[in-house]
Write a protein that binds this ligand. Structure first.
Ligand code: ADP
Length: 175
């Protein structure tokens, strides 16, 4: 309830690059969807970083939409520029971040304090589920590149796209 006595919609954002979405991301998004009325998964689509990505912005958005299709209060959007501007423009009051290890904390704390100094936004940290505490998109890509089994770490349709993208790359086809 806000200070005018009206029930306010509690909106949160789960930001990231999601290159590609992993089961660790989905766990955090699902838990955020239980805490908030609406959750927007915001995918960084910064063009300057595009060459560092395995998947295009459109591909990452498409995979996340599929991964989140079971959560009725979750939507997916691309964002470019400052996350705090995205929050302001979309009436979002909370940023949800998953914390995997103490090593995530230093940077995330600094980021949270910077963001709340820019606009009126809170950062909410959700501790990772133990089974995903080692999981990061970058590691999934690295392991899959060298033929490791990542089938328990990403949804089946992501595994399929990951395998074919890596095969294209290995064959020299690029993206
Ligand atoms: P990564 O490449 O590290 O997976 P992303 O930018 O795609 O990075 O991740 C977005 C956010 O999702 C991270 O800031 C982190 O809060 C959260 N996250 C990613 N993986 C996990 C995980 N395994 N457990 C909990 N949170 C995670």
């Amino acid at each position: 309830m806000n200070d005018r006595g009206v029930d306010a919609v509690r909106k949160a954002v789960c930001p990231g690059s999601f290159d590609p979405v992993t089961n660790g991301h989905i766990d955090i998004i699902s838990r955020a969807s239980n805490l908030f009325d609406e959750v927007v998964v915001a995918i960084g689509v910064n063009k300057a970083k595009a060459s560092a990505r395995l998947f295009t912005a459109e591909e990452r958005i498409e995979m996340l939409e599929k991964a989140c299709s079971d959560f009725p209060n979750v939507t997916v959007a691309g964002f470019d520029g400052l996350l705090t501007t995205f929050c302001e423009e979309n009436g979002i009051g909370a940023i949800v971040k998953g914390l995997r290890a103490v090593s995530d904390f230093d940077y995330e704390l600094q980021m949270a304090q910077m963001n709340s100094s820019l606009v009126d936004v809170e950062t909410v940290f959700i501790p990772t589920s133990p089974e995903y505490s080692f999981l990061a998109s970058s590691l999934v890509k690295e392991v899959a590149t060298f033929g490791g089994d990542v089938s328990r770490l990403v949804p089946p349709f992501v595994l399929e796209r990951l395998t074919s993208r890596l095969a294209e790359r290995a064959a020299g086809g690029g993206r």
